[in-house]
Design a protein around this ligand. Structure first.
Ligand SMILES: NC(=O)C1=CN([C@@H]2O[C@H](COP(=O)(O)OP(=O)(O)OC[C@H]3O[C@@H](n4cnc5c(N)ncnc54)[C@H](OP(=O)(O)O)[C@@H]3O)[C@@H](O)[C@H]2O)C=CC1
Ligand SMILES: CC(=O)N[C@@H](CCC(=O)OP(=O)(O)O)C(=O)O
Length: 353
């Protein structure tokens, strides 16, 4: 347990990306954290507040290279970096008793063959992977609290898993061979790195599906759904790119089984998430908007029974891809790992309009 007298010393590798600067925004307001090192190889020497003026008066550090950062003196290091970076440094940090929260995929998939297939690199530390924990607090809280290495979930998986979990725990309510996740993300999901696909003239005033024939979040979602259902599920997952900066909406289609007859599904969801600060089950038939979670760690759900298909249930799930989908969830995990109340530093309310 950390107290206000012994702040958690935090290092961030990859402080200039969208999830890195979001970590800085959240952690600079966290009462139990002392930011001690923020890395960028390209911006080394630049003051954080010069690059990100929203942090003027909040963060007085300059970016440094990972080599200059003295990460082994931290209590926890967040990796807001591309896939493959955290696993290359995990052994050294663990030897120095430093906890690790990776926002990339190095510690999300327990099956190293699946990891290698999707990420096109061998896993650098399968032994550490085996002891790591999938960082979805609402489903994995106890294991996260005792973990030294947490793999923060991908943004799409967070919406799909929290959207479906209440239906899978009893395992008699839906056809696990017929699950569809139709998901839409804002462009910040692609990161800050320059690419033609993220140019204003490419994404504005347009809307498209991508990854239809395969996306790396499919195996991640399926692995966790399989665990929840205790069976091998069939999942169709189609991501889409929407011309907005932040936000994610997953529309989840499931087929109800006879076992769902007479079950009050709205009550089931409300009960399942009754004690969850960050999951809001809206009244049945609600139409959640991504702007209602913008910059906050909330995920909102709404259930629908559409006309014309008596067996169909639709679950709508929204979040801010950079907060509950990435950095906010990472801070939630840190709170658990250090014995703090889970919502510490995460009380931000969305901005409307
Ligand atoms: N954007 C999103 O909505 C989400 C992203 N994620 C994941 O989080 C991670 C970060 O994403 P995002 O912030 O969007 O990425 P960005 O591309 O915006 O930023 C990447 C950061 O990592 C640093 N970096 C790159 N390569 C290395 C390296 N080899 N060693 C050390 N630092 C490095 C970069 O700085 P520099 O090159 O100067 O060192 C930069 O600060 C990714 O793995 C992404 O998949 C997860 C959930 C949601
Ligand atoms: C809009 C967009 O491009 N989104 C990214 C997913 C972002 C994310 O959360 O994925 P990882 O953490 O697994 O990289 C994509 O589809 O690749």
């Amino acid at each position: 347990m950390s107290s206000s007298h012994t702040p958690i010393k935090v290092g961030i590798v990859g402080g200039t990306g969208y999830t890195g600067v979001e970590l800085l925004r959240l952690l600079s307001q966290h009462p139990n954290v002392k930011l001690t090192a923020i890395t960028s190889r390209k911006e080394s020497g630049v003051l954080v507040a010069d690059m990100y003026p929203n942090l003027r008066g909040k963060v007085d550090l300059a970016f440094c290279t990972p080599e200059q950062a003295n990460l082994t003196s931290c209590d926890v290091v967040f990796f807001a970096t591309p896939h493959g970076v955290a696993m290359s440094q995990a052994k050294e940090l663990l030897a120095a008793n430093v906890k690790i929260i990776d926002l990339a995929a190095d510690f999300r998939l327990q099956d190293t063959a699946v990891f290698e297939h999707w990420y096109k690199m061998p896993h650098a530390c399968p032994d550490i992977l085996a002891d790591s924990v999938y960082g979805l607090p609402e489903l994995n809280r106890e294991a996260i609290a005792g973990a030294k290495v947490v793999g923060n979930p991908g943004c799409y998986p967070t919406t799909v898993l929290l959207g479906l979990a209440p239906l899978l725990k009893p395992n008699v309510l839906i056809d696990t061979k017929d699950i569809i996740a139709d998901s839409k993300s804002g462009v910040s999901g692609a990161g800050r790195g320059a690419s033609v696909g993220s140019l204003f003239s490419e994404v504005s005033d347009s809307f498209k599906a991508y990854g239809v024939s395969g996306h790396r979040h499919h195996p991640e979602i399926k692995a966790q759904l399989d665990l929840l259902a205790n069976a091998s599920v069939n999942l169709t997952f189609v991501p889409h790119l929407v011309p907005m900066v932040r936000g994610m909406l997953s529309t989840l289609y499931v087929k109800l089984l006879p076992g769902a007859q007479g079950v009050d599904l709205q009550a089931l969801y409300e009960h399942f998430y009754a004690n969850e600060t960050f999951v809001d089950v809206m009244p049945a038939g609600s139409l959640p908007e991504t702007r209602s979670v913008r910059a906050s760690n909330q995920l909102r759900l709404a259930l629908h029974r559409p006309p014309g298909h008596p067996d169909r249930l639709i679950v709508l799930a929204i979040q801010d891809n950079l907060v509950k989908g990435a950095s906010g969830q990472a801070v939630q995990n840190m709170n658990l790992m250090f014995g703090l109340p889970e919502a510490t530093g995460l009380s931000q309310v969305a901005i409307l309009p």
